[in-house]
Design a binder for this molecule. Structure first.
Ligand SMILES: [Zn+2]
Ligand SMILES: [Zn+2]
Length: 583
């Protein structure tokens, strides 16, 4: 008997080899109809590939992320087929699925692809898809594979890096490509396709390599879904924070000031200040204390923290003093400063936890090509705080931080989120700092706190930082896009490196546990997401312009001023519009 274990833990038995499709059929006709891909023992495969040994099996439909991946990867084959029909001289390279759709990197030789070519490609793809061809995988020897692609240096390079015996070709219709598998049952289910963009991309992402054309596309099983997707794309463009931020007078960039260094205009500064006040108030209620640290720190500080060794080469380089040979770094994170703040006084277990909060501005070098509006910048302000507590206080502190994050999200209208719990790799515990006992305590604290707060969670093993486990909040915005916002991290490393301690009830020195947390992440990123989520229509309490007074004639101007002043006394801000012309 062959045992197939499904994701819910149930086991189904079959006499001899069985395909994922047959398993689906043995469950229900509907499931079989909708199954477009499968994962067998962790590897994505076609629904017709026989399973010959006891295995775990996940059946995938269009509604699963991995199902979409198979759909879009298969669509990349259709795109490549269409490209080769119009441009027989083109050289294909790779064509993976991405988060939204797929791309294919192609060397078109002399003439690049332009937007006017997209439509004919779309038509050809659908025409070919209609033939309802299956994707057939077959193994080829390295020698045969190299012969097949003798005039394609890119595929040749790929094949040369593959072990003989693991090279497969996939054929659908009249088109064959080098591919390791993971396709949909047949091309016929691709009912709608759009070529979105063609952009330059270097072979293997290395600018020393030849430049290729990356053709982006997306496909769907229904035309309606494509239409909706394109509408969402248009809406996202309309809400782009770079566009709205300018129109609303929130922020600006200046070449003279420097790339990636945002300038907050008065309305943006007002908005940001309100958010800071809102969070400060909530933090104060939870017993946080506010601290302030400088924008630079001696290089020594970051040698102690380990940042210099890890990130030094890719950071802004040290600032030197004119004479004394001192070196300073622009602050890349606030944590080392806060460790020294903790250290400035002596603490007993009765004083803990200490919760130090700061809207701390940090600077991180990003390549100019990576910069993007407020979401990728070179200087930004974290809504940072570091909590120092005893190991026994960890659970309670974690719960409090979750409460704070939920309060922030709730107040700002982010209702749809999941929390990712990142724990140690169970197999490989050597790469983590800190004792097993403390790790267990911390991991249990996170899992217990997340459960107690009723969070929708996913758990990833091996995703913890080397210094401690963490909890990240992934928020969905009004357009269904996912953003990583708040993060909570446990840290055993920095207390060790900075030799932090407190006096225990046993009168011995003990190491505190440190928690890093930032509900917004950074003010810049959060405001970017807030702009796109609200399309600039901020909640009234946050709006930089909460009222406009329109006096109906000049003789009421003084009264309008009086009303405006009395509103402003109550921290309600706005303006008087006494222009003579009608709006
Ligand atoms: Zn493929
Ligand atoms: Zn930190």
């Amino acid at each position: 008997m062959l045992k197939i274990t499904l994701p819910d833990g149930s086991i189904r038995e079959y006499e001899g080899a069985v395909t994922p499709l047959q398993v689906a059929l043995s469950i229900s006709d509907g499931l079989a109809r909708n199954t477009i891909s499968a994962v067998v023992n962790g590897k994505q495969t076609e629904v017709e590939t026989p399973i010959t040994e006891d295995s775990t099996l996940q059946l995938l439909t269009w509604n699963d992320d991995m199902g979409k991946k198979a759909f879009w990867h298969s669509s990349a084959h259709l795109l490549a087929q269409a490209i080769m029909e119009f441009y027989p001289e083109a050289k294909l390279t790779i064509g993976p699925a991405i988060a939204n759709g797929f791309y294919y990197d192609v060397d078109f030789g002399g003439e690049p692809l332009s937007e006017k070519d997209f439509e004919k490609l779309e038509k050809k793809i659908l025409e070919n898809a209609k033939k309802n061809s299956t994707f057939n995988l077959r193994e080829v020897s390295k020698a045969d594979a190299l012969k097949e692609y003798a005039d394609n240096p890119f595929k040749t390079e790929l094949i040369e890096n593959l072990p003989d015996g693991e090279i497969t070709f996939v054929t659908h219709d009249n088109f064959t490509d080098l591919c390791r598998g993971g396709h949909i049952p047949s091309t016929g289910i691709v009912k709608a396709v759009k070529i979105l963009n063609a952009a330059g991309a270097y072979w293997r992402g290395d600018e020393k390599n030849p430049q290729l054309t990356r053709v982006y596309g997306i496909s769907f099983p229904k035309q309606k879904e494509l239409t909706e997707y394109l509408e969402r794309l248009e809406e996202a463009k309309r809400r782009d924070h770079r566009k709205l931020g300018k129109e609303l007078g929130i922020f600006a960039f200046s070449e003279k000031v420097g790339a990636g260094l945002p300038l907050w205009l008065p309305k943006g500064a007002a908005l940001r200040k309100k958010l800071e006040e809102f969070l400060s108030k909530a933090q104060k209620k939870q017993g946080y204390e506010f601290v302030i640290s400088p924008h630079i720190g001696a290089k020594e500080l970051y040698i102690t923290s380990g940042h210099w060794e890890k990130y030094g080469e890719d950071s802004f380089q040290p600032i030197k003093t004119p004479n004394e040979g001192e070196e300073f770094l622009l602050k890349p994170m606030n944590c080392p400063h806060h460790c020294e703040i903790y250290k400035a006084q002596q603490w007993s277990y009765k004083d803990l936890p200490k919760r130090y909060a700061e809207f701390g501005t940090v600077y991180r070098y990003e390549q100019s090509g990576e910069l993007h509006g407020l979401t990728r910048v070179r200087g930004f302000t974290q809504d940072d705080a570091h909590l120092f507590c005893t190991p026994d206080q960890l659970l309670q502190e974690f719960e409090k931080v979750i409460d704070l994050v939920l309060y922030v999200f709730g107040s700002l209208g982010f209702a749809d989120f999941t929390a990712q719990i990142s724990l140690r790799d169970k197999e490989n515990r050597d790469k983590y700092i800190g004792s097993d006992e403390n790790w267990e305590k911390a991991e249990n604290a996170i899992v217990t706190a997340a459960k107690a707060k009723g969070l929708k969670t996913v758990t990833e093993y091996g995703e913890a930082a080397f210094y401690g486990p963490k909890l990240d909040f992934m928020v969905k915005d009004a357009l269904g896009r996912s953003w990583q916002l708040g993060t909570i991290q446990v840290d055993y490393n920095l207390p060790e490196r900075f030799d932090l301690w407190y006096n225990g009830s046993d009168n011995e020195k003990h190491r505190p546990v440190m928690i890093h947390r930032a509900p917004f992440g950074s003010m810049e990123r959060f405001i970017a997401i807030l702009i796109e989520n609200t399309a600039g229509d901020f909640p009234l309490w946050l709006s930089p312009e909460q009222f406009t007074i329109l006096p109906i004639s000049e003789k009421y101007s003084d009264y309008a001023k009086k009303v405006s002043e009395s509103l402003e006394i109550h921290d309600i801000c706005g303006l008087i519009d006494d222009r003579n012309e009608k709006p």
